[in-house]
Design a protein around this ligand. Structure first.
Ligand SMILES: Nc1ncnc2c1ncn2[C@@H]1O[C@H](COP(=O)(O)OP(=O)(O)OP(=O)(O)O)[C@@H](O)[C@H]1O
Ligand SMILES: [Mg+2]
Length: 406
């Protein structure tokens, strides 16, 4: 069909004003206050196999769409009462209709309005008098684009569902493994001779068993943490905590691990309380992770400094070690999941590569930020900052307490 033949309305298309247009093929709504134009465009589309839904005003178009959603809309730009741009704006503001592609039908004298027309949400335009091939090509392209977008959306939804199912499965498996592993650890501790092991071989077997179960427990706990955070199920309970108290407790809990590597943990923090609005368990886990890394990646005999200070804006915690530090490449991947980088554990400790990704997510959920300063070969300083709570101003740190273990 060419432009000339398009101007003649074939007899089979009859303008139907009823609201009852139903079809299994693509439905195109044609909105034009000139019924002749509707007949011409309608005939071109009907001949090409489309289902046509006519409307002679913006108001009628909006009313018809309520009963039947078209797949595409051909919309006259200039119409009395509600013009094409206003119809388009209303459609784009309604979630039920905003995905329907709108192509404007414009007279060549109206092309000055095209920028505004596109801003209202249209995807394309066709100028009158209509060229049938061009009209059909544009309709076909935008219907295909719409179908592709819908297919992508369906795939994305399917992927999201499958990912949720996988997370659910992983979480059930991890959860059900935790109890037996804890039982196993208790049994190993119960049968392990308390002093003077029978022989070196037996002692080394106990060591292997303890480390293996410890590794599995750590992996299971990390997977449960990641899953809880990513599925939004992590129970965040922000309360006023004393960060100083948390620091002292965590440093004490890592005392034995550091001592086993002849490392010293030096805590340098104000003597007075450090109030912060945090999740107590989360903050304990965050600081524990950073200290555990400092111990794990530092060679034996080194010192690890844990500092805390605050001003009226923020509280800053630092964990500084004398380990191998991080390369620029390491830094880009540091807080990603399963990031096992250049530094390897110096005493065969377990390493799942999940700890810092959990730290970052937990810190951010608690309105803070985390980072790392390091030069390769010169140790690393990990820091966490949380906002100083507004009410309850901080007491001036009167002096500084130095706490050293090992
Ligand atoms: N203090 C540090 N010094 C040097 N490298 C570090 C330090 N902390 C972390 N890294 C590097 O970053 C990687 C990721 O650390 P992350 O804590 O996420 O995992 P992990 O320690 O391997 O395992 P886990 O899940 O048990 O914490 C580590 O494998 C290590 O290579
Ligand atoms: Mg770690």
């Amino acid at each position: 069909m060419n432009a000339t033949s398009a101007m003649i309305a074939p007899p089979e298309f009859i303008l139907d004003d009823s609201d009852d247009v139903k079809s299994s093929s693509a439905i195109v709504l044609i909105v034009d206050d000139c019924t002749r134009n509707i007949q011409i465009v309608g005939s071109i589309l009907t001949e090409a196999g489309y289902e046509v839904m006519p409307a002679t005003s913006g108001r009628q178009a909006l009313a018809r769409i309520v009963n039947q959603l078209p797949d595409l809309i051909l919309l006259d730009l200039m119409m009395p009462e509600i013009d094409g741009m206003e119809v388009c704006r209303r459609l784009k503001n309604d979630p039920a209709t905003q995905e329907i592609p709108v192509i404007f039908l414009t007279a060549s004298s109206e092309t000055g309005h095209l920028v505004e027309a596109f801003e209202s949400g249209a995807v394309d335009y066709v100028t009158k008098p209509f060229n049938a091939m061009e009209l059909l090509a544009r309709v076909k392209t935008h219907l295909e684009l719409k179908q592709n977008r819908e297919a992508l959306q369906r795939y994305a939804n399917q992927l999201r569902e499958m990912n949720n199912e996988k997370n659910e499965l992983m979480s059930i498996a991890a959860h059900d493994l935790r109890n037996p592993l804890n039982n196993l650890m208790s049994c190993i501790e119960m049968i392990r001779p308390e002093s003077s092991p029978a022989d070196e071989r037996q002692e080394s077997l106990f060591e292997i068993m303890t480390n293996s179960v410890d590794h599995m427990l750590q992996l299971v706990n990390n997977l449960l943490d990641v899953n809880a955070i990513e599925s939004g199920k992590w129970q965040l309970n922000l309360t006023r905590c004393d960060l100083r108290e948390i620091l002292v407790d965590v440093v004490n809990s890592y005392d034995n691990k550091a001592a086993a590597k002849q490392q010293s943990l030096i805590l340098d923090c104000p003597l007075t309380a450090l109030p912060a609005d945090l999740d107590f368990t989360g903050a304990t886990e965050v600081i524990g992770n950073l200290i555990s890394n400092a111990i794990k990646y530092s060679p034996p005999g080194k010192a690890i400094q844990i500092r805390a200070d605050s001003n009226e804006d923020r509280i800053r915690i630092e964990v500084q070690d004398q380990g191998p530090g991080l390369t620029p490449e390491d830094k880009t991947r540091l807080f990603g999941k399963f990031a096992r980088l250049s530094a390897r554990p110096t005493a065969n400790e377990p390493s799942t590569g999940l700890g810092l990704s959990i730290v970052k997510k937990m810190v951010e959920l608690m309105n803070g930020s985390v980072g790392c300063e390091s030069e390769p070969g010169h140790g690393a300083t990990f820091f966490v900052e949380w906002p100083t709570p507004e009410s309850d101003p901080l007491p001036e740190p009167s002096s500084v307490e130095l706490y050293t273990t090992s």
